[in-house]
Design a protein around this ligand. Sequence first.
Ligand SMILES: NC(=O)c1ccc[n+]([C@@H]2O[C@H](COP(=O)([O-])OP(=O)(O)OC[C@H]3O[C@@H](n4cnc5c(N)ncnc54)[C@H](OP(=O)(O)O)[C@@H]3O)[C@@H](O)[C@H]2O)c1
Length: 334
Amino acid sequence: MVIDTRCAGGARSPPCAELRVLVVGGTEFISLHLVRALRRDGHEVAVLNRGRQPGRVPAGVRTLVCDRKDHAALARVLAGERVDGLVDVTYAPTTGADVDALLDALAGRVGHAIFVSTGRVYDHARPIPFDETTPRTLYWGEYARLKIEGEDVLLRRHREHGLAVTIVRPTHVFGPLNTRNNETFFFDRLVRGRPVLLPGPGGWLRQFGHVEDLADAMAAMLGHPAAAGQAYNVTGEESVTQAGFVEVIAEVIKRPLTLVPCPPGETPPPFGQNLVYDCHAVYTTTKVREELGIRPRYTLAAGIAQTFEWYLKEGLGRRELDFSREDALLRRSG
Ligand SMILES: NC(=O)c1ccc[n+]([C@@H]2O[C@H](COP(=O)([O-])OP(=O)(O)OC[C@H]3O[C@@H](n4cnc5c(N)ncnc54)[C@H](OP(=O)(O)O)[C@@H]3O)[C@@H](O)[C@H]2O)c1
């Protein structure tokens, strides 16, 4: 993520004052990249999680062990804490009451709270692209409902108590350590010379954001006065069709690609866990660029190349995978 310090209102330009930041999560994907970005920028960081992967917590980072769903435990563990920044990343699934409980446990002791929401709060039946004024609906069901609840808790605290809050709405986050089998799904097939089954014509548009860009954006927003009371789409700036995404990956990792239409009616169609659905998903990033001067550092191709390097380094291309269902579908596809 590039921070343009010339913008009106100016993003914080590193090196900035050291902040005390609490990250809810901290050991898996987005939240771990955020912890790394904050440490790189010289901030003091604590994480709050259930302590299932202590080995993942970077050196110098304090862990507060707590299940965020246990509100009494939250109040106990956060009783003595005072933070400049709080970033609520973990979806547990997190309800509005859970977000309220977290803020109550830190009442009067938080400078700026960021809530990681999702682009899936927007009504995806509307024409693309979706900007921050696109109506929020339950198009995406329970996930959207809970994220909207969480957003509203923050916005209410901003309105009623003047708490500095910011809502971040990422979409299709990719990159090293991804816990979702999206880009790795296609790496797995392409490195083995396997065809990729395509759901329908594969023409629905998607927009991907690199996890380091998301982490850098949140680190840059912390303590930024212009971000208070605002919601921002944070993602990459290229949209691409489902088929186009696979083509970009094949081109970047220099493997031949054969796309094969998936037999109709297959549930779920075997195509990158989260990429299958039938609607466009395209979002503007104008607001975060104009108001905070934040824009992504990675193009889609550069991000894929960097993620593929990580995939190879981790030896993921050699792991055992079961392709029997796909083999049967490919036989049926002729
Ligand atoms: N990936 C995407 O494309 C995407 C797109 C839009 C929005 N998002 C949002 O991004 C957020 C982060 O997702 P992520 O998958 O990268 O996960 P993450 O926050 O990096 O990893 C989950 C973390 O939460 C902790 N955790 C899980 N349940 C907990 C609980 N009940 N209490 C306390 N800590 C708990 C885990 O540690 P323990 O297991 O030790 O507790 C772990 O540290 C989510 O809010 C998601 O909705 C993701």
